[in-house]
Write a protein that binds this ligand. Structure first.
Ligand code: HEM
Length: 324
């Protein structure tokens, strides 16, 4: 009896010890993570990303979105970048990414430049986070200090991608609750959606909205968009329209002004201003561009903190599209 109790106490003590050790071993992200191991990492990534955006301005939007689609699926671990292989199931073919997520080559080129100077040190997940910040800065959006030290996953998760990446048909309640599961508030969600101030969407994502169904839409705006987006599926499915009709190449607060005028392109844009709980946040951002930009930066830092792999978890991939 006494021996059993003693054994039991001993195992409880070791469980507590293991828990304590694992929590203290879990490294925190830090902006100086590569200061000693790869001091030129950030400038190398910056040069590569700026070159790519100078070549094609839309790339800024695509890179911000790629970081988002990474972080929402099993954390910011570069899982979105993996291709299918014998051991890996890719997230690239889920409906929210297929024929839509872009920028993979740009990240791969930045990675290869960084591998040339410091092999095996800098993760693809960190390159995505830095790329998103560089992209925002380049097109007139806010800048922020990126926390670093994420490591890369060894697999993708199409089922989690399917479950956790939002859809343009989602209701306001679903969006608030989905972002909530990632530790992001409704305010963060609205600020982050403000990145639809740049970039493009395909006709298939806004057809239903411009041909009637859903939240109210400005009639002139709907008819302009119909010109390049035929009513019948799948005609013109891939035709592009700017998410922000006024200044699609600049990171500003016009996206929110559009919503006030019922000129949001996606249904999931317009639900943010359609008589619900986020109307007041949209109004605030439409009047106060600097508030929007500072909330956006704060929310991007929070998003970049979602469940990173740190310490000895995960790996540093040599090539972002496959495991070593
Ligand atoms: C709130 C839920 C969201 C939904 C339902 C949504 C949905 C979409 C859709 C359907 C597109 C167009 C894709 C295509 O046609 O190929 C798009 C584009 C885009 N999204 Fe979102 N999005 C959401 C939130 C976000 C967030 C949080 C970010 C970034 C932090 C973001 C950044 C972007 C950017 C920058 C583009 C343009 C990409 C490009 O031009 O390549 N979105 N989004």
């Amino acid at each position: 009896m006494v021996i059993a109790a003693r054994n039991c106490l001993a195992s409880v003590a070791s469980v507590v010890l293991i828990l304590l050790l694992s929590s203290t071993c879990q490294a925190q992200l830090s902006s100086t993570f590569y200061a000693k191991t790869c001091p030129n990492a950030l400038s190398t990534i910056r040069t590569n990303i700026r070159t790519a955006i100078a070549r094609e301005r839309r790339m800024a939007a695509s890179l911000i979105r790629l970081h988002f689609h990474d972080c929402f699926v099993q954390g910011c671990d570069a899982s979105v970048l993996l291709d299918d292989s014998a051991t890996v199931t890719s997230e690239k073919s889920v409906i929210q990414n297929a024929n839509s997520a872009r920028g993979f080559d740009v990240i791969e080129q930045a990675k290869s430049a960084v591998e040339n100077i410091c092999p095996g040190v800098v993760s693809c997940a960190d390159i995505l986070a830095v790329a998103a910040k560089e992209a925002s800065e380049y097109v007139g959006g806010p800048t922020w200090t990126v926390k670093l030290g994420r490591r890369d996953s060894t697999n993708g998760s199409p089922s989690l991608a399917n479950r956790d990446l939002p859809r343009f048909t989602d209701s306001l309640d679903s969006l608030i609750s989905l972002f909530g599961t990632k530790g992001l508030s409704a305010r963060d969600m609205v600020a982050l959606s403000g990145s639809h101030t740049i970039g493009q969407a395909q006709c298939v994502t806004f057809r239903d909205r411009i041909y009637s169904n859903g939240s109210a839409i400005d009639a002139g705006f709907a008819s302009t968009r119909r010109r390049n987006c035929p009513a019948t599926f799948p005609n013109g499915n891939g035709n592009l329209a700017p998410l922000d009709l006024v200044t699609p190449n600049s990171f500003d607060n016009n996206y929110f002004k559009n919503l006030l005028q019922k000129k949001g392109l996606l249904e999931s844009d317009q639900v943010l201003f359609s008589g619900g709980s986020t109307d007041s946040i949209v109004s605030e951002y439409s009047k106060n561009p600097s508030l929007f930009k500072s909330d956006f930066a704060t929310a991007m830092i929070k998003m970049g903190d979602i469940e990173p792999l740190t310490g000895s978890s995960g790996i540093i991939r040599k090539v972002c599209s496959r495991v070593n």
